[in-house]
Structures are given as C-alpha cells and as structure tokens.
Design a protein around this ligand. Structure first.
Ligand code: F6R
Length: 605
C-alpha cells in the first residue's frame, strides 16, 4: 500500500523521484519523502500529508543524481514527519525506504537499543536501517543478506549507503518491486506506472532477490547472494493508460473503460463460439472437482460471490465463499478435490495471498484471477486467468470487478462444458451474450445524466439500504460498498426477504432504498419487499431491465439496464450503482479517487 521509487543516473534525482511518487500516490498517501545522495551526504526531506506538502519542502538547490522516495500509508505508528520514510540510520550512513511489515521488529529494536541505538520513529522500518548500520561489513550486498536473515515479515526495501556513491541496493520478500532499465540510468519502483515515463524495460524481482543498481548496470542476486541473470520484460502499458485521459477522476475514467476492458478480457479466449482459457487442466481433473472455494477481499470477493452463485446454480458444484482475511483461521474444509479460485486485482493483497497458500497446503489446486502480470498471486497459482483491465488507479474498484466477473464466467463455462453439465448450445448462447455486454454497458454509460440527478437527491442521507434477491443481493453488496467507501454514507446491502426479520425497524422517510431486480422469477417477491419499505416512508430506486414495467411503476426512480440473459445481469446492474456512488461522492466534494482511510493495495494483514 505504500509506494517506492528510486533513481540513479545523471539527471536531477529529485525531479524523477517526485514525478514517480505522484504516480504512486494512490498506493498510500498519509505522508511522503525522498532522500538524495549529494556531496558525500544524504539529504532527507519528508513530511506528513500529501505530496504537495513535500514538494513545497524540497529545496530547489539539491542536484544529486541518486536517491529514493516513498509514499506512506501508516501501519506502525501514526502519520507524522518522523514516521515518514526514508529513514536514516543513527550515524546517517544508510538511508532506507520500506514497504511491508516486519513482524519481529520489537525484538530487534530491543536488541539494538541495548547496543546503544536510538530510534526517532515508531516504525518497524527504522529498525531495518539501523540493522544495516549494525551489521555493516563494508559490502552492501553481504550486509543486506545478513540483515534480511534477521527479518521476519514482508518487505520491499531500497537502501542508499553514503559510502557507496555509485550504487544502491534493493531487496524484496512478499512485497512487489521492479527495476526499470534505462540508458545510463536505472530506476526502481513498487509499481510500474511510477517509472513508465522513463522506461518500458523492466526486471520483476522475485522473493528474496536482491539487486545492486548503478548508472550503467543492474546486478541481480538470489537470496544466497549468487549472481543470477533475469529476463528483461517489455511493458506494453502506455503511460496515458495510467493517467486520467481528460476525465475528472480516475474512477470515472475506469468506469467508462469497462466496455473496452471486457472486450480485452474476452479477446483470444473464444474459439468457435466456445471458451478456451488455455489453462492446461485435464478433463479428468476437471471431473474430479467436488467443491470450489472462492477466496478474495472486498470487491474481488463480491465478484467471486456473483459467479459462485451461478456455479452452484448451473454446475451444481458446492461453492465455499470466504473473505480471505477469515479463510485461513476457519480451518476450511479443502482437499485435492477442491478447486480454489483466488481473485485479486493487484495480485498482492496479503490476506488473499495467505488464503492461496492455505488452500495449497491442503492439497487444493489454485486458479488465480488477477489483473497484474507476474504478481505474487499469479506466480503462486497453478493456473492464471488475467483480467485485461489495464492499470486501475482509483481506490474504488470498478473495471476490475466487471472484468473479474467476465473472467470467472468464462471459467464457469469452460468447467461446465468439460464436466458435461453445460451443453454446447448453452455455452454458445452465453458466449454471444457476453460478447454483447460492452455495447450494452456503453448504453448505460451514455445515459448517466439521470444518475447524476439521483446522486443530488441522496447526497444528504445518512443511511441507505440496497435490497435484492438471489444474485441481485450480491450486486447490492457491491453497490453498498462503493457508496460507503467514496461518499461516506452508511449503506447496507440486504437480501430483500430478510428485512422484515428486524431491519425494517430502520426504514423511515429519511432512508432511501435501492432495489436491484433482474430475476424474473423473483420479480413479484421483490415488488412486495419494495411495498414494505414504501409503507414505512422510504423513497425507492430500482435497477432493472428497461422493459420491466411492473418494477418501473413500483419504484419512485428507475435506473434501466438493457436486457441480457439473466446469468449476465450482474455485469450490467453494477454500472448504475458505480455511477451513483461516483456522482454522490463528487457532489459531496469528496476526494473520489483517494477516499479517506483507504489504500489501493492492502499488502499487510
Ligand atoms: C473496493 C476495493 C477493495 C478491493 C480489495 C481487494 O472498491 O477496491 O475492496 O477489492 O481490497 O483488492 P485486490 O483485488 O487488489 O486483492
């Protein structure tokens, strides 16, 4: 959730670090800092607050051409100047940035304190930089090896040594880090967009690997300090795709990118009207699956719930859906006949990764659905389906959700067809429907004016309910989450039939109710539930197919979606809910892309 960027070359490092940090802000933004090596000295500038605060503090007279920078989202110690990175060692010889969590930092800190070290911050990261000083043997690589041997936890570390003007070191474990290769200059970053402006040539470091970065060279070593040769990857993301492209916010841009993102996710995976995910899963194995476990957090979890619901319904395989943060503590009933589906946009979410490892340790095979090539989740899974959503910058996930559902739906079809539970004509029908989704999404996006008006209407509410039945109740979970996280209005998703068992007591004329109703067979039921809330004074909104006249007449305000096979309705039903959350956040004047207390990628438990 924090961000790292580093540079060594012949340009002014502070310019490159600050522009890189700007692109990394979404990873964590309660504080930021940089350090520059200049005239045999390390200059550290850091501060609590957003990047603008730091930029004002940076001295325009600093010309050093080597340095590292960091944006922080607090884990150990509150957001403050002292707790911001980079951290200097006691003598000022080493300077370090760190993403991740050091679990045994207290023991190390006690030990170092007894040896005479003192600490200016409350962070676990300052412990690491002082370990560098304490264990320094004059060789940065071997010192780093000694340091990491003492660390328990996760880390991506960048460290500058005052005595070593021509290079700096990085090392990672369970936290992403890449090295960007330039001409006479090199870069490091926790996220590729931070350095994409400067290079598209990237080394992706694996766990325990270290690299010594100098102006003209990148030397990579395994955990034992042995030099290794890695392949350089060419990244084909354009910088623009990581920027706003004229939209007011990244979130709006990403909502609007959904038709294209779905097209890209389907591309190359449909052959002769059927699905081919190239998963290399034998028919025998597919037939042996007697349970599916879905492990994910937040929005990714809801994408899993949508398709989990359909898997039970259409394939008749029991599905265990778990929040990744709970999964490993619940002694899950998983074995070699369970297929575990792990869903993560970033591919780096700590709980999801731990869930993956838990399922693996119990003999389950893992399918990862992720947006980031070579992410930890992708590397540790047995099979990977990449969503082709492109970089998602807004904290509130939108295009990741819809592409996850599309990818999962393709998996459902492939499994169902191989198992013989779906016939060819059903699959071909769904494939045709899926191909038609982008165009239907576009229709909803082009009619968003209505939703802007509804956002004005609900903006002063303090509480809202989203109700639905069947899979619609899952779309409600996602709608409520979106509204909560960016508009800060309390919202609850409820299976509509459950309301009368207690929650109805909360419905008044101050509590709007949004019903999602895409299931024909349950239409009369949800209409009765809408009646129940209207009787208690609620103003009602409805998301349903445009030709669902009965529902349209029942609710006060209607949000139509084009008709599609009901199995695919969640892909369309979520769009009005995303737009409603977005416009409500905008009219409330909130920081849409960077909602309070949240970070894009949660790489700690
Ligand atoms: C909500 C949101 C989060 C993420 C969750 C998992 O809008 O973005 O709930 O979905 O933190 O993140 P990933 O998919 O990166 O594992």
């Amino acid at each position: 959730m924090c961000g790292i960027v580093g540079y060594i070359g012949d340009k002014r490092a502070q310019d490159i670090l600050l522009s890189g940090l700007k692109r990394l802000e979404y990873r964590g933004y309660d504080s930021a800092g940089i350090c520059i090596l200049e005239d045999n000295d390390i200059k550290v500038i850091k501060s609590k607050g957003n990047l603008e605060v730091l930029i004002k503090k940076v001295d325009d007279q600093t010309f050093g051409s080597q340095g590292i920078g960091h944006t922080r989202w607090a884990t150990h110690g509150k957001p403050s100047d002292e707790n911001s990175h980079p951290h200097l060692s006691n003598s000022g010889q080493f300077c370090l940035v760190h993403n991740g969590i050091i679990e045994n930092y207290n023991e190390i800190k006690t030990d170092l304190t007894e040896k005479g070290f003192d600490f200016k911050s409350e962070t676990d990261s300052e412990v690491i930089v002082n370990l560098f000083e304490y264990l320094n043997d004059g060789d940065l690589l071997s010192t780093a090896k000694k340091v990491t041997e003492k660390l328990e936890g996760s880390y991506a570390i960048g460290v500058v040594n005052k005595e070593n003007k021509d290079e700096f070191l990085v090392v990672r474990k369970d936290s992403p880090l890449v090295v960007g290769v330039g001409e006479g200059e090199n870069f490091i970053a926790s996220d590729i967009p931070a350095i994409l402006e400067y290079t598209k040539k990237i080394y992706i470091l694996d766990d325990d690997e270290m690299a010594l970065i100098s102006r003209g060279d990148v030397k990579i070593f395994d955990g034992n300090g042995k030099r290794i040769i890695k392949e350089i990857r060419e990244i084909n993301w354009s910088l623009e795709s990581a920027e706003k492209q004229g939209y007011e916010h990244f979130m709006l841009k990403e909502i609007n990118e959904q038709p294209e993102a779905i097209r890209k996710t389907l591309a190359g995976r449909i052959k002769n009207g059927l699905i081919n995910l190239n998963l290399d899963m034998s028919e025998e194995y597919v037939k042996s699956i007697n349970k599916i476990a879905v492990v994910a957090c937040g929005t990714a979890n809801y994408a899993g719930r949508v398709v989990g619901h359909l898997i039970e319904d259409k394939l008749r395989i029991p599905v265990l859906i778990s929040y990744a943060s709970e999964f490993r503590y619940n002694n899950p009933i998983i074995d070699q006949n369970t297929l575990t589906i792990v869903i993560s946009q970033s591919g780096e979410t700590a709980d999801t990764l731990a869930g993956l490892r838990e399922a693996k340790s119990r003999g389950s095979k893992i399918v990862a659905i992720t947006n980031v090539v070579e992410s930890s989740v992708a590397r540790e899974a047995d099979y990977v389906i990449y969503t082709q959503a492109g970089p998602e910058i807004a904290v509130a996930s939108t295009k990741a959700y819809s592409t996850q559902i599309a990818a999962l739906f393709m998996l459902l079809m492939e499994l169902g067809y191989k198992r013989g539970s779906l016939d060819e004509s059903t699959v071909k029908h769904w494939v045709t429907e899926l191909i038609g989704i982008p165009e239907k999404m576009q229709i909803i996006l082009e009619n968003s004016e209505l939703i802007k008006k509804y956002a004005e209407q609900i903006k002063d509410s303090t509480s809202l309910f989203f109700i639905g039945r069947g899979v619609d109740s899952v779309s409600c979970l996602e709608g409520a989450l979106k509204l909560k996280e960016i508009s800060y209005i309390h919202a609850e998703a409820y299976p509509a039939g459950e309301l009368k068992h207690g929650t109805l007591a909360l419905i008044t004329d101050d509590v709007p109710v949004i019903a999602v109703a895409t299931n024909k067979s349950l239409m009369d039921k949800i209409i009765s539930n809408i009646e129940e809330v209207k009787t208690r004074g609620a103003v009602t909104y409805g998301v349903a197919f445009e030709d669902e006249i009965k529902l349209k007449d029942e609710v006060d305000y209607f949000m139509p979606i084009p008709r599609v096979d009901e199995a695919l309705a969640p892909l369309l039903a979520v769009l009005p809910l995303q737009l409603l959350a977005y416009y409500t956040s905008v009219v409330k004047g909130n920081d849409v892309d960077k909602p309070r207390n949240l970070a894009k990628s949660v790489t700690v438990e």
